[in-house]
Design a protein around this ligand. Structure first.
Ligand code: MG
Ligand code: MG
Length: 631
């Protein structure tokens, strides 16, 4: 498998783009003319610079409005093509993309277009150039790859082939199976892009919302299976137009792009085992059953504050690490670790972010295989010195620089709490609040990084994504989306902030990009939990009384339920099937971290999206005004 990316897909000047693309492991680039028009070197210099980065210039694009023109425009189109052929020879590339005409002057007719391409093929052959024809989804006469292929077939010239683009095929809902009958030697190039399903003008959708395969909702896998079935084994190239990517980091977008292609081809190989596909061997996506622990980095005084909050939540400090300044807090199946050590990763995370979640442990089917797969997909393994009596637990770096450890069920690793931690005597233990497990972990990020995280989780683990929805904060919109396993035991919610006036944005800005903003615990009975919490001195986040009036209007609650929710500051949601969700929040800690307690009834599978706005308003009232000392 050879991989490429169009230079238009990422931000930066031409040199920055090449460096980022080469570092991410791509073999080639598609060059957009505009991309080097601003560059001061000659076309030959540009070509050399590309090759000096170890990249092949595999496609020149686009050449527009060629076929079906009446005279004198027809002759002019051929003259224009000849000039581009000369330019391509200077650059050192032999394949040009001609996209189907959108000119109002162009005339329809398959044979007319085929004749034009036959003649263009003759002229191209004299200059050692090959021409690939692509059907734009909004082409005037040709907007379907099946028509483009018929034109190429009738042109019947060795220098004329078809270029397939997943977006153009899938956006028009054309069955990709129709690709399977195209001979592979007539497929000159394949471009890949995904997109979220949005009902809008095709051109606008394509120009602004394309994303990497696996990041959107299109059946890029089905498309690629059909391409692979033809025997095509040349370049797979990302052609992504996306406003976020243009504003994002060229490096991380290049890494995502390469990961998306490796992940896609890994899936194709598993779906089409009889086709030989060149992609690194790796274990299949890893089943993950939940969050085994979260680890906080803190200094001593903040650890005490955090411990007081955990105590109020019914957690018991029950273990001390055998060699490190690390405490284990437990309740039900929930493990929370507070690390106040002065060395290692946790300490550097503390220095950078302040008190924060620096590490998360996931329960997986096979920890070693997880690292192997993550590595094949371009993630960085993480290792730090293992002390005497400690276990070596496989780990990788997450997207934001945090660490993720993997614990496989049933192995020695799952006994880490007994092996590495000394039991502490029961002192005045708090009242157990009946919290059973971690329901979800919520990560906050800049909106540009959301797709990066999404691809990271879904490519490594056997998880899926929920549709994206908007949460309204008085300071702006937060985009929210969740990653879940099929059983609902592993849930990560992702919140993308566009500006720092939102609570999420404030949290990112003030904690220097720390990723985990809240951890939600599952209760089997939220009212009983609340009673226990109150006995422990817990003060829930105060919710506006107006919220409850509205809730009553929406759901028609009985009086007793209404009173219990309102007096307990418990938020409520109900789905179409009668599933119910109860939520209770802690006050915010530091710059916006908090805990949540939830109860799910009757198969409720969401996160109380309708309530987020009210919860955020209540939390924002607690944020210290700018310039005020921390309380
Ligand atoms: Mg294209
Ligand atoms: Mg939540």
């Amino acid at each position: 498998m050879k991989t490429a990316i169009a230079t238009v897909s990422i931000s930066g000047d031409f040199r920055e783009k090449l460096a980022a693309i080469a570092a991410a492991g791509f073999d080639g680039i598609e060059i957009f003319e505009n991309d080097f028009l601003a560059y001061e070197g000659s076309p030959a210099d540009v070509g050399k610079m590309v090759r000096d980065h170890g990249l092949e210039l595999c496609l020149f694009q686009p050449f527009r409005d060629f076929e079906g023109m009446p005279e004198p425009q027809r002759s002019r189109a051929f003259d224009r093509a000849e000039r581009k052929f000369d330019l391509m020879n200077e650059l050192g590339t032999d394949l040009v993309l001609v996209c189907s005409s959108i000119s109002p002057l162009s005339l329809g007719g398959v044979d007319r277009a085929a004749d034009d391409f036959a003649e263009l093929g003759e002229r191209a052959a004299k200059k050692g150039i090959r021409v690939g024809y692509e059907a734009l989804a909004w082409g005037r006469h040709v907007n379907d790859h099946r028509d483009a292929w018929e034109i190429v077939r009738r042109a019947n010239h060795p220098n004329i082939g078809i270029i397939l683009d997943s977006f153009h095929t899938l956006a028009r809902k054309i069955d990709p199976k129709s690709i399977r009958s195209i001979p592979s030697d007539k497929i000159f190039f394949v471009q890949l892009a995904d997109a979220p399903l949005i009902d809008m003008d095709l051109l606008y959708w394509s120009r602004h919302f394309r994303n990497m395969p696996g990041e959107g909702d299109l059946d890029v896998l089905g498309f690629m299976r059909a391409v692979a079935a033809t025997g095509y084994s040349d370049y797979l190239s990302l052609e992504i137009f996306n406003d976020q990517f243009r504003g994002g980091s060229p490096k991380s977008i290049s890494v995502d792009g390469h990961r998306s292609l490796v992940y896609l081809m890994d899936r194709v190989r598993r779906e089409e085992p009889e086709i030989a596909i060149e992609v690194p061997e790796m274990p299949d996506r890893i089943p993950v059953s939940g969050v085994e622990f979260v680890e906080f980095a803190a200094d001593e005084s903040e650890a005490e504050e955090l411990g007081a909050m955990l105590s109020a939540l019914g957690f018991e400090r029950c273990g001390r690490h055998i060699t490190k300044e690390v405490d284990l807090w437990r309740q039900g199946g929930i493990n929370i670790v507070i690390n106040t050590g002065h060395e290692g990763f946790a300490h550097s995370a503390y220095l950078l972010h302040g008190t924060c979640v620096c590490d998360m442990g996931l329960r997986v089917k096979d920890a070693a295989a997880t690292v192997e797969r993550a590595r094949a997909l371009g993630a960085q393994p993480f290792e730090q010195a293992v002390g005497p009596g400690e276990l070596k637990i496989p780990a990788i770096r997450g997207v934001g620089g945090g660490i993720m450890h993997f614990i496989d069920e049933g192995s020695d690793l799952s006994r880490v709490w007994e092996i590495e931690f000394r039991k502490l005597e029961k002192a005045d233990a708090p009242v157990n609040a009946g919290l059973k497990r971690i329901d979800h972990v919520a990560q906050t990020m800049n909106y540009e990084e959301m797709l990066t995280w999404l691809l990271f989780y879904t490519s490594i683990f056997e998880t899926g994504k929920t549709p994206m929805f908007d949460v309204i904060d008085s300071g702006g919109v937060i985009r929210s989306q969740a990653i879940e396993n099929a059983e609902g035991t592993m849930r990560i919610t992702m919140n993308g902030a566009e500006n720092r006036k939102t609570l999420a944005g404030h949290f990112i800005a003030e904690s220097f990009g720390s990723a985990i903003q809240h951890v939600a615990f599952e209760s089997g009975d939220i009212f009983a939990s609340l009673d226990a919490l109150i006995r422990n001195g817990f003060k829930p986040l105060q919710i506006s009384p107006n919220y409850y009036e509205d809730l009553d209007a929406r759901f028609g609650l009985d009086d007793e339920m209404f009173d219990r929710l309102k007096s307990g500051n418990i938020l409520y949601d109900r789905d179409d099937n009668g599933g119910e969700y109860f939520q209770l929040y802690s006050p915010i800690y530091g710059e916006g971290f908090f805990f949540e307690i939830v109860e799910r009834r009757g198969g409720y599978n969401g996160y109380g999206a309708a309530n987020s706005q009210f919860r955020i308003a209540a939390q924002k009232r607690l944020l210290r005004p700018k310039g005020m000392p921390r309380m």
